[in-house]
Write a protein that binds this ligand. Structure first.
Ligand code: HEM
Ligand code: HEM
Length: 179
């Protein structure tokens, strides 16, 4: 019998999120150094819009996961890896909520309301407050560094499994892996 893999819905949510997160991290690191310009304003707007897409994808994923738990790990996975895998995955899931939430809060505290893709006005989560804005900016910055570290560890763990151990972990999440 074929080894169990994640459901197609979980895979679609995973890879869309991964793509968006790589883009957001790259663009986020680049955009803050741009001189004040129309380009900077547009890039900031897209960063916010796609960041909020990640929030929606993560909410959908958490709901899906609640009803469809991850498939059991293959026997080759050791006891400590079995204990560590959910810790790493939950760290990612928490950061996928905390990053966009801190961004949205930061924008509200700056007094800049977000209109999603320029068509859906979103409520301000907190009133304008320059001190709170600075604090949330630091939170968003620190969380982004945590996310970079946890994603790097996540990708390194997958590479370790598939390149060194060849235990089929990557296939569990790859679109063509059967479920
Ligand atoms: C998963 C989602 C997100 C990721 C991975 C992400 C990542 C980043 C990164 C890496 C930076 C650069 C930090 C720095 O080096 O100073 C940044 C800055 C920023 N992000 Fe996000 N972000 C996300 C979501 C959001 C959302 C939803 C908003 C607002 C609605 C937002 C608003 C901002 C703003 C305004 C800045 C610039 C702060 C500054 O000028 O210092 N982000 N983000
Ligand atoms: C090249 C990049 C990536 C690869 C190769 C990859 C691969 C994988 C694989 C194979 C799994 C399943 C592990 C298992 O069998 O239990 C997984 C799970 C997961 N990945 Fe990734 N991933 C990547 C990037 C990302 C990124 C950027 C994020 C989000 C920031 C992310 C978040 C997650 C989460 C939350 C899970 C757990 C899914 C669940 O249990 O519901 N991944 N990833």
């Amino acid at each position: 019998m074929a080894a169990p893999t994640y459901h197609a819905t979980a895979k679609a949510l995973h890879w869309l999120t991964a793509l968006a997160v790589f883009g957001l991290l790259g663009v986020g690191l680049w955009m803050t150094g741009l001189p004040i310009s129309l380009l900077k304003l547009q890039v900031y707007a897209w960063h916010k819009w796609i960041g909020l897409v990640v929030l929606v994808l993560t909410a959908a994923r958490l709901l899906w996961r609640w009803r469809h738990p991850p498939p059991p790990l293959p026997d080759a996975v050791t006891r400590w890896e079995r204990a560590l895998a959910p810790v790493g995955h939950w760290a990612l899931l928490i950061l996928l909520v905390a990053m966009p939430a801190s961004g949205w809060l930061m924008s509200s505290a700056a007094g800049v309301s977000v209109s999603w893709f320029g068509v859906l006005p979103l409520p301000d989560l907190v009133p304008r407050n320059p001190d709170l804005f600075e604090a949330l900016r630091t939170v968003h910055f620190v969380l982004s560094r945590c996310l970079i570290v946890v994603v790097a560890l996540h990708v390194a763990a997958v590479l370790h499994h598939d390149v060194l151990r060849r235990d089929g972990i990557f296939r569990r999440m790859w679109p063509s892996g059967r479920n």
